[in-house]
Design a protein around this ligand. Structure first.
Ligand code: KIV
Ligand code: NA
Length: 258
C-alpha cells in the first residue's frame, strides 16, 4: 500500500499491510501536481519522515524520484543513503530495466534493499507515449522478462510490475526467484500494490482512474458529507452543543457579570 503522510501511514500499518511505499505518486495525491516528474528528493524525504512516524511494523520503502538516481551510480547511492538516514525508510524503489542494473548493484552492495519497477514507469511517460499498458507484443514482453532477470541479478529484493497483461506478469513471476508486486498486472503476481487514495475513494470527481483500481471505500464523499453537516450545524447553532462547552461556576459567573 502507498502512504504519503502520518495518518495514511498509520492506517495502512494498522490495517495490516506488509509493506508501505512512499510513492512519488504523492506528487498528485498529496501535492496537487500534474504528474510525478515535478517532485524532488527533498519533497519525498519530508513525506517519508511523516509516514515513518506512523508506521510501527510494516516494511517501509521510499520512491527515488526522477533526477535522484539516473545521472550516475554515485548519485543514486547518495540519494539512497539520504532516503534511509533522512527519510527513515528501510528500502528504496527506482524505475527502469537492465540499464539500471549497475546502479542497483551499487546500492544493494552497501546494504540498502532495492525494489525495482518495470512495465509502465510513470517517470518515463513522455517517452512511452503516455500512461500505456506495456508488454503487449511478444517483443516487448520479452524485453520485460530480460529486464526482470537483470534486476533480480543486480540484487533487487522484489519487483513492481505495472500495467502489464496478466499472463505476461504471471509467467515472469513464475520464472523469478524474487517476489513480484503487481499493479494492473493481474493476480498471478506474488503481491499487489495500490495507491491509497485511489482504493479508499479519497479523491474528487474527475481524477483519472486506471482500469485496475478497485475502490474499497468512498472517503471523499463521506468527508464532504461531514463538511456540509458541520456547516449546517454551525449556521443553525446546533453545534457546539452543551456537551462541547466548558462550564463555569454560578458564583464566578455572577461576579464576572457584575
Ligand atoms: O508512486 C507510486 O505510488 C508507485 C506505486 C503505484 C507502485 O510507484
Ligand atoms: Na512511483
Amino acid at each position: 500500500m502507498t502512504a504519503h503522510d502520518f495518518p495514511s501511514g498509520l492506517v495502512a500499518d494498522e490495517g495490516g499491510m506488509d509493506m508501505i511505499l512512499v510513492g512519488d505518486s504523492l506528487a498528485m495525491v498529496a501535492l496537487g501536481m500534474k504528474d510525478t516528474n515535478q517532485v524532488k528528493l527533498d519533497d519525498i524525504l519530508h513525506h517519508c519522515r511523516a509516514v515513518s512516524r506512523g508506521v510501527r511494523s510494516a516494511f517501509t520503502i521510499g520512491d527515488l524520484p526522477m533526477g535522484s538516481y539516473e545521472v550516475s551510480p554515485e548519485h543514486a547511492v547518495s540519494s539512497s543513503i539520504r532516503m534511509i538516514q533522512d527519510g527513515r525508510v528501510e528500502a528504496v524503489k527506482l524505475e527502469g530495466g537492465i540499464e539500471l542494473a549497475p546502479t542497483i548493484s551499487r546500492i544493494t552492495s552497501i546494504g540498502i534493499p532495492v525494489l525495482g519497477h518495470i512495465g509502465l514507469t510513470p517517470q518515463r511517460s513522455h517517452s512511452l507515449g503516455g500512461f500505456r499498458v506495456q508488454g503487449r507484443t511478444a517483443a516487448s514482453a520479452s524485453k520485460l522478462f530480460t529486464d526482470a532477470l537483470a534486476l533480480q541479478n543486480a540484487g533487487c529484493f522484489s519487483l513492481v510490475l505495472e500495467a502489464v497483461p496478466a499472463p505476461v506478469a504471471e509467467l515472469i513471476t513464475e520464472k523469478l526467484r524474487i517476489p513480484t508486486i503487481g499493479i494492473g498486472a493481474g493476480n498471478g503476481c506474488s503481491g499487489q500494490v495500490l495507491v491509497q487514495i485511489d482504493m479508499l475513494g479519497n479523491f474528487p470527481e474527475g481524477r483519472f482512474m486506471p482500469k485496475f483500481v478497485k475502490q474499497y471505500a468512498n472517503v471523499f464523499e463521506e468527508s464532504k458529507k461531514a463538511m456540509k453537516q458541520y456547516r449546517e450545524d454551525v449556521r443553525s447553532r446546533a453545534y457546539p452543543a452543551k456537551e462541547h462547552t466548558y462550564p463555569i461556576s454560578p458564583e464566578e459567573l455572577k461576579e464576572f457579570e457584575e
